[in-house]
Ligand binder design. Structure first.
Ligand SMILES: *Cc1c(COP(=O)(O)O)cnc(C)c1O
Length: 372
């Protein structure tokens, strides 16, 4: 028998979450962001659930090829654009739309020979200071692109740093306001579609703000069943469903006396007689080593906590709330447990001092993963 750990990708939940994102921006087109191998879900496994999208956005060229190999003939957008002039050949061959965020990418386009002109997304650095032209340089970049026979259409694009940040109280400025004002000023007299929203902005602002919603939204994390503004709101508040379940089983139990310790570093000491369960899942499976005693976990669908340090192949859990637990009991590290129980990935991430994004992206290759 194989080691009992597995990950399940919930196809119907992906489709549900995509519908939820779309419901917040019904008249916009939706990019399903599938970078980082569909946030660790696997592009091929996530694809059937996300077929209702208007396009797929990602950044690795090999992932773009994989989307085309799956038969997707609609839009595919490279969110970081080309890394080299030669990448444009692949863009022409596979009809990939691409971001333009710096001058050299325009030089490459100007020198590129193509039968079919390209759709480009011109990125404005509205304040996040990662990618994009400054407001002062944006207009001349747009004019340059407009003059190229290699370019068929220009979509105006920016990305928010703080769409998840404010409290949402009346009178408190929104986390997006400063960047939105910069975007509006820099694009006022430029023609072209517009795209601004990640998941947080799509869920929180797109429904009641036309300028934010614009022509395309770009949700990623919300599609994968993680609330972008956790802990202010959780997936239940946004009516999102887990799309990845990481589950395993108890492979041993131990009875402890007061004073007994657990695991490496003897970091946990029993203060009472207690029974603990040993789970076949550790940091080599992608479970965060930083998860401390107290991190939530489900055993047979009952909520309990980790005790002691996460090791490479095992974690240890308190069985006090689950007296009937025995070797072979189902353990849900995150996602969907038995009988409709749910442990949102956001809760585990928060306990470990990180975000759902990192946990799902870190799911290890050694974990057998199947769609359901
Ligand atoms: C990753 C990414 C997104 C999606 O962000 P989420 O927070 O996962 O919704 C949108 N736009 C760009 C440019 C991105 O890089």
């Amino acid at each position: 028998m194989p080691r009992p750990i597995e990950a399940v990708i919930h196809t119907e939940a992906l489709a549900h979450n995509l519908r939820r994102a779309r419901a917040h921006a019904p008249d916009a087109r939706v990019w399903a962001v599938v970078k980082a191998n569909a946030y660790g879900h696997g592009i091929e496994r996530a694809y059937p659930g996300l077929l209702g999208a208007d396009g797929f956005a990602l950044l690795d060229l090999d992932e773009a090829q994989r989307i085309r190999a799956l038969g997707w003939r609609g839009p595919v957008l490279l969110l970081e654009g080309c890394f080299d002039a030669r990448d444009l050949e692949l863009c022409s061959r596979l009809t990939l739309w691409h971001t333009v965020h710096r001058e050299a990418q325009i030089d490459w386009l100007a020198a590129h020979k193509t039968q079919q002109p390209h759709q480009v997304f011109l990125k404005l650095n509205s304040g996040m200071n990662r990618l994009g032209f400054t407001p002062a340089a944006y207009r001349s970049a747009w004019l340059r692109l407009s003059g190229l026979t290699q370019v068929e259409g220009i979509t105006l694009m920016t990305h928010f740093a703080d769409a998840d940040a404010d409290t949402g109280e009346a009178g408190v400025p929104r986390g997006i306001d400063r960047q939105l004002a910069v975007f509006e000023a820099a694009t006022r007299d430029l023609s072209g579609d517009r795209t601004l929203c990640n998941s947080a902005a799509t869920l929180r602002y797109a429904p009641h703000d036309d300028a934010v919603r614009a022509d395309w939204v770009r949700p990623g994390i919300a599609l994968y069943g993680s609330a972008p503004d956790f802990p202010a709101r959780g997936i239940a508040d946004w009516d999102l469903q887990p799309t990845m379940t990481l589950r395993s089983e108890l492979i041993a139990t131990q009875d402890l006396q007061p004073g007994d310790t657990v695991g490496y570093g003897s970091r946990y000491t029993a203060d009472r007689p207690m029974r603990i369960g040993i789970v076949a899942c550790g940091y080599a499976d992608g479970y965060p080593r930083s998860a401390p005693t107290g991190t939530p976990v489900l055993v047979d669908g009952v909520r309990t906590v980790l005790v002691g340090r996460v090791s490479m192949d095992m974690v240890t859990v308190d069985l006090a709330p689950v007296p009937k637990a025995r070797i072979g009991s189902e353990v849900t590290l995150w996602g969907c447990g038995p009988a409709g129980t749910v442990l949102p990935i956001d809760e585990v991430a928060r306990a470990a001092g990180t975000v759902g994004y990192e946990l799902m992206c870190a799911l290890a290759l050694r974990v057998p993963t199947h769609p359901q």
